[in-house]
Design a protein around this ligand. Structure first.
Ligand code: HEC
Ligand SMILES: [Cu+2]
Length: 270
């Protein structure tokens, strides 16, 4: 009796909440990822200032993965990548304060997100969601699993990065993050600069089929994703890099950053 009532409730809830509940049962694989107690014994391979959420983030890797990536070899089974989220320290106006290198300053620890790769993992997932042999898990500052985390979203957001084994910060792991900024393209009607997690100007007007150029000045990667009947995605744009897209049909288009969906811009095609 109790069991069948539970089943009915779960089914009804599943209909109402769609992906989330489906996600919980489909992604029970997250339980395979235990808290990486030795995360800070590995390699700190990158830090990220997140202007959008006012966080300072550290990206840690097990040593063997850094070694493999720097030799151009595949990321080995047993790799654990730990993203540690801290609040950025803020001034009285709520703006992140910066150190003498212009970087955010670490405040309170908020949470950890972890991805772990092991031979044979992920085989049970549908192809449109599977991230190779990676599993994902989220932990609170207390190192306990964050039961409210939507693990489906981890798979969805990392999925477009299949060509780099789903590791968005792979350039950092390889140590190929460009230290020197490439020259910014000369200003023009279709040129957008990305700085501090903002597109500037926010709105551009271009002719049909004319190139629109984005130049990233942030330490964090970005990826332009234009919405419309046909979704267009740029490559992942690292610091100092540019990417170009063009649109054939006149109209108004909205776009976001595929990595930070709260970043928004507009394109008018005449
Ligand atoms: C909205 C898109 C998005 C979602 C959802 C997302 N990530 Fe990520 N993830 C990123 C971006 C972008 C980076 C690069 C670092 C940064 O900007 O913070 C990243 C980096 C990481 C890294 C460091 C290795 C790498 O791939 O660069 C780990 C570990 C990670 N994410 C785990 C998770 C886990 C676990 C979840 C789900 C709880 C998750 N992510 C959900 C966008 C996302
Ligand atoms: Cu972005």
């Amino acid at each position: 009796m109790t069991n069948s009532r539970l089943a009915v409730t779960a089914a009804a809830f599943g209909l109402a909440s769609g992906l989330t509940l489906g996600g919980l049962s489909a992604f029970a694989g997250g339980d395979k990822v235990v808290f990486p107690e030795n995360w800070d014994k590995g390699v700190l391979y990158s830090t990220v200032d997140r202007y959008d959420v006012k966080q300072y983030r550290e990206l840690w890797s097990t040593a063997a993965a850094v070694e493999a990536a720097r030799k151009g070899e595949p990321i080995p089974s047993g790799t654990v990548l730990t993203l540690v989220q801290y609040k950025a320290q803020l001034d009285a106006a709520g703006t992140p304060t910066k150190d003498d290198k212009g970087r955010f300053i670490k405040g309170d620890l908020i949470a950890y997100t972890v991805m772990e790769k092991r031979t044979g993992w992920g085989a049970e997932y549908p192809a449109d969601l599977r991230n190779g042999e990676w599993e994902y898990q989220a932990f609170g500052a207390d190192k306990k699993v964050n039961e409210k985390a939507n693990l489906t979203a981890c798979f969805q957001c990392h999925k477009p990065h299949e060509a780099q084994d789903f590791v968005i910060s792979l350039a950092g792991l390889k140590g190929t993050v460009p230290g020197q900024m490439a020259a910014a393209p000369p200003p023009g009607p279709g040129v957008v600069s990305i700085a501090n997690f903002l597109f500037g100007p926010e709105s551009v007007t271009v002719a049909a089929n004319a190139p629109i150029t984005w130049h990233n000045t942030d330490g964090s990667p970005h990826q332009v994703t234009i919405r419309g009947a046909k979704v267009q995605r740029s490559s992942v744009i690292l610091k100092g890099q540019t990417a170009q897209l063009s649109i054939a049909d006149p109209g108004s288009y909205e776009y976001i950053c595929g990595l930070h969906p709260q970043m928004k811009g507009k394109i008018e095609v005449k």
